[in-house]
Design a binder for this molecule. Structure first.
Ligand SMILES: Cc1cc2nc3c(=O)[nH]c(=O)nc-3n(C[C@H](O)[C@H](O)[C@H](O)COP(=O)(O)OP(=O)(O)OC[C@H]3O[C@@H](n4cnc5c(N)ncnc54)[C@H](O)[C@@H]3O)c2cc1C
Length: 431
């Protein structure tokens, strides 16, 4: 029997993983992407010897599916340290305090409590939270209540100060929204992953993850720079012509118009001297101040030296899109000026004015909406309609969500091709 051919539309991590499974199972695949490069939301570009990821993006080493696909040793990954640095100007004087992870570094954790950042009671609650979210299976963290993250943290008993100074800048910068309206299920999942593993950066940048999959698939199966205008279960249409396949996978999302956008601005700066030496993320503990913009700052080159050329440092700054909108900021020069104002207060205007802007990225439609009440689960679901679909929009906005959905889509394709139901006469879907 002739080899069965599958078209996969979208060369993000989901489409690539789905294609590589199909290939391993003896199907022929062709991958289309409208961009001229693979990776979708996981890309890295080189600028003057710096590796600039698209947005601040890490690999969670504890993701159960990702762990079987990516070998961090051969990817040369290096990890951030647990804990955080926190900007705190509560008493009118700006201080950068270190908050240790009370579970992994109990002595330091207690000391950081005494150091005035968090009360000992909040630190004990962090330890209890870790024990709660690491218990049982991942699925069990998706059972039960489905309130907002903010409601969950309050009901867990954290002080508002701890929420505002620690959880809000950290998880606002992860969920890409500033109210912590994201489902508590997503919060429990991410906190579990952070508790069980590390946040790592591959030697060649975040783009190394899709590149690893693309290598298994081979360039000859990629059709880049091809925007698919419509697709159905047996064909894709581009440049005015329908191209027939035995099956088609849609590996991208179209967000409904009424979805609140989750977007982010990321600034990458070249600094002669790193603003801090540790392998920690610096959180803006003053993020509830109405003028505050920056959620967090990382120095990726402290963690993974390949991110900057010798003698230089890469500083990566995250501003959640809704903060920029609230401040009326719409363009790159205004966001750069806003970021530099926050950074100048923390590290000194003289220091920050010497930093060269390498790139300013405005990433729209960065994550799918996963607000409270959406009954988020960890079981991948099928896409709507008759076309087989994968991508993080079908599960939750994470690399793990994208990979799991890809495995389900690959199963659906194999099932469909083993049990064909005849020619599909339904009209093509256009986008
Ligand atoms: C700034 C940022 C930081 C993040 N940080 C993390 C993190 O630290 N940890 C984590 O787990 N997750 C993180 N994520 C989420 C993670 O990147 C995504 O969940 C994941 O990359 C989604 O992959 P995907 O394949 O589902 O979608 P995408 O990567 O969006 O891939 C879809 C592909 O389809 C292509 N396409 C769309 N329409 C068409 C068309 N008509 N024809 C042809 N091609 C088309 C697109 O060009 C794209 O390449 C982050 C996301 C962003 C934006």
């Amino acid at each position: 029997m002739a080899e069965q051919r599958v078209a996969v539309v979208g060369a993000g991590i989901a489409g690539l993983h789905c294609a590589s499974i199909l290939l391993e199972n003896g199907y022929e695949v062709v991958i289309f992407d409208r961009e001229n490069e693979i990776g979708g939301r996981m890309r890295t570009k080189i600028v003057d010897g710096f590796q600039l990821d698209r947005g601040f993006h890490v690999m969670q080493t504890a993701y159960p599916t990702a762990k079987h696909i990516f070998d961090h040793k051969s990817m040369g990954s290096r990890s951030f340290d647990p804990g955080a640095l926190i900007v705190d100007s509560r008493k009118g004087k700006m201080k950068i305090r270190r908050m240790a992870d009370p579970w992994r570094q109990p002595i330091r954790g207690i000391l950081s409590g005494l150091n005035g950042f968090a009360g000992v009671s909040d630190l004990l609650k962090v330890a209890r939270l870790r024990s709660t979210v690491t218990r049982g299976t991942i699925d069990s963290q998706f059972d039960g209540d489905d309130n907002t993250t903010m409601e969950y943290l309050r009901s867990f008993g954290f002080s508002q100060g701890m929420i505002d100074r620690f959880f809000l800048p950290l998880f606002g910068g992860i969920f890409l929204e500033s109210d912590l309206r994201t489902s508590e299920r997503m919060f429990r999942f991410v906190f579990r992953m952070m508790s069980k593993g590390r946040m790592a950066l591959p030697r060649d940048g975040i783009g190394a993850a899709p590149a690893t999959l693309a290598k298994k698939i081979g360039d000859e199966r990629m059709r880049l720079g091809v925007r698919i205008g419509s697709l159905e279960s047996g064909a894709v249409r581009f440049r005015g012509e329908a191209h027939r396949f035995d099956a088609v996978v849609k590996a991208f999302s179209e967000l409904p118009e009424d979805t609140p956008p989750r977007s982010v601005w990321t600034m990458h700066y070249d600094a002669e001297k790193a603003p801090f030496k540790s392998k920690l993320i610096l959180l803006n503990g003053d993020i509830t101040n109405p003028n505050a913009l920056v959620a967090h700052v990382a120095v990726p080159s402290n963690v993974q030296p390949t991110y900057a050329p010798d003698g230089r440092n890469l500083v990566t700054v995250t501003i959640v899109g809704d903060r920029a909108v609230a401040a009326g900021i719409q363009d790159a020069s205004a966001i750069d000026a806003g970021a530099r104002a926050d950074l100048g207060r923390w590290f000194g205007d003289g220091t920050v004015s010497g930093w060269r802007t390498l790139d300013i990225q405005n990433i729209e439609m960065a994550l799918p909406e996963t607000g409270a009440g959406v009954r988020l689960t960890h079981k991948p679901r099928s896409g709507p309609g008759d076309v087989i679909e994968c991508g993080d929009q079908l599960l939750h906005g994470s690399v793990e969500g994208a990979l799991l959905s890809a495995e389900k889509a690959a199963d659906e394709v194999m099932n469909q091709l083993r049990h064909p139901t005849g020619v599909d006469e339904r009209p093509m879907r256009r986008f």
